[in-house]
Ligand binder design. Structure first.
Ligand SMILES: Cc1ncc(COP(=O)(O)O)c(C=O)c1O
Length: 404
């Protein structure tokens, strides 16, 4: 008996995937051509599943800044933020993020995952209570567990359910933290932040918003859903990542709280890991400058999002939520999702395949994410490929029923 025997079911599921063509969770990008194209299996593919919302991964000035950081400061810091891993770039970036968000302070972590772990487990402890949206990202769940706090999940995007749970806690004197995301990573739906703010205020709780998918994408200045909803002053903590619109690796937490900086001495995911490399820090710094200077990128992104949304709904596909840069096509079951995903890739379109348990309500999704760098021709091509693959799916399903 091996410890790995318990993963037999995982191996069986992988074998089922392979029968459709390839392992969807082990795809290799042989060559990245641009922010929206790659070579996969010798084929030129349009990338519609990369979270590269602003398409800024190949900006010449940003690349120069990253290269120069490597040349001047080396490839890695080889140390934690609390030892030898805080360079002037880390602190300058923290100041830049704080200024950009209009917050008193910001802390840079090595990934967005660690930012959630570090902020949540830094803020809340075993004597506190965290109330989190049921559809929260794994990093939020893991941060909550790491904190040791008492946890309550409220119904996804339901201020009424949050209200009910906080009402039940009336008289309980523990510190209370409510956690939501600006935009949800799988379905692309938006949190009703104004209503959540109202509920948390009435109950004296604090509110953390993860803007991983909304930073650079929402708000007139790209500050996220907190900005577009007009609630920035009522949101106590913001978490974000550099791995999406920023096009690097790293994450941050930011707040107006005068004592937020205490987390630097208590947050294990901040203290017990090496700090971000100089090139990631330089990339994030340069890209934040682009986000501020080029609001037209957001307009292009939204044009592309609306165009793909219109095209896919026009094909009769079931799509969760309103048009947003994340468009999740719901497939009726796992087989049809895996079939479609393979067919799309073979026809030159890469999207994310998202399956339970990683999805809300056990849904099987073809998750598309748009970029400002997509051209109208690429978006039109993606719609055409979806149409062609739907025909192939229908033919395959007809064959399956005939064989039964
Ligand atoms: C909502 C949310 N928070 C945090 C993260 C983690 O970000 P990172 O990739 O920087 O670890 C993600 C990544 O997918 C996410 O979707």
């Amino acid at each position: 008996m091996s410890l790995l025997d318990k993963l037999d079911q995982v191996a069986q599921r992988r074998d089922r995937f392979l029968a459709f063509g390839r392992d969807p969770f082990n795809i290799r990008m042989d060559r990245i051509i641009s922010a929206t194209e790659a070579i996969i299996e010798g084929r030129e593919v349009i990338l519609v599943g990369t979270n590269n919302y602003l398409g800024l991964t190949f900006e010449p000035n940003t690349i120069d800044a990253a290269v120069s950081a490597i040349k001047n400061e080396g490839t890695g810091t080889t140390g934690s933020r609390i030892a030898n891993g805080t360079y002037s770039g880390h602190q300058a970036l923290e100041q830049e993020i704080a200024d950009f968000l209009g917050r008193r302070s910001a802390m840079v972590f090595s990934t967005g995952y660690q930012a959630n772990l570090g902020v949540l487990a830094g803020l809340a402890g075993p004597k506190d209570t965290i109330l989190l949206d049921a559809d929260s990202h794994a990093s939020i769940y893991d941060g909550c567990h790491l904190s040791g706090a008492r946890l309550f999940r409220f119904r996804h995007n339901s201020p009424a359910d949050l209200d009910k749970r906080l009402t039940r806690l009336e008289g309980d004197t523990s510190g209370k933290l409510v956690v939501v995301e600006g935009i949800y990573s799988m379905l692309g739906d938006q949190a009703p932040l104004d209503e959540f703010v109202d509920v948390k205020r009435r109950h004296g709780a604090e509110l953390l918003v993860d803007e991983a998918h909304s930073l650079g994408v929402f708000g007139d200045h790209g500050r996220g859903v907190c900005e577009s909803a007009g609630v920035e002053k009522d949101v106590d903590y913001v978490v974000g990542t550099f791995s999406k619109s920023i096009g690097a690796v790293g994450g941050f937490g930011a707040s107006d709280h005068p004592e937020f900086e205490r987390l630097r001495y208590t947050s294990r995911p901040y203290m017990f890991t090496a700090s971000s490399s100089p090139s990631s820090i330089a990339t994030a710094m340069a890209t934040l400058g682009q986000i501020k200077a080029r609001p037209e990128l957001r307009r292009q992104l939204w044009d592309n999002a609306r165009s793909l949304y219109g095209g896919l709904t026009g094909l009769g596909l079931a799509i969760f939520a309103e048009a947003s840069p994340i468009i999740a096509v719901k497939m009726p079951n796992e087989d049809s999702a895996v079939f479609m995903w393979n067919a799309l890739l073979e026809a030159g379109v890469y999207v994310n395949l998202a399956l339970p348990p990683g999805t809300p309500d056990g849904s099987c999704l073809l998750r598309c994410s748009l970029s400002a760098a997509h051209t109208p021709q690429q978006v039109a091509k993606v719609c055409g490929v979806f149409e062609q693959c739907l025909d192939a799916l229908n033919a395959w399903q007809a064959e399956q029923s005939a064989a039964e």
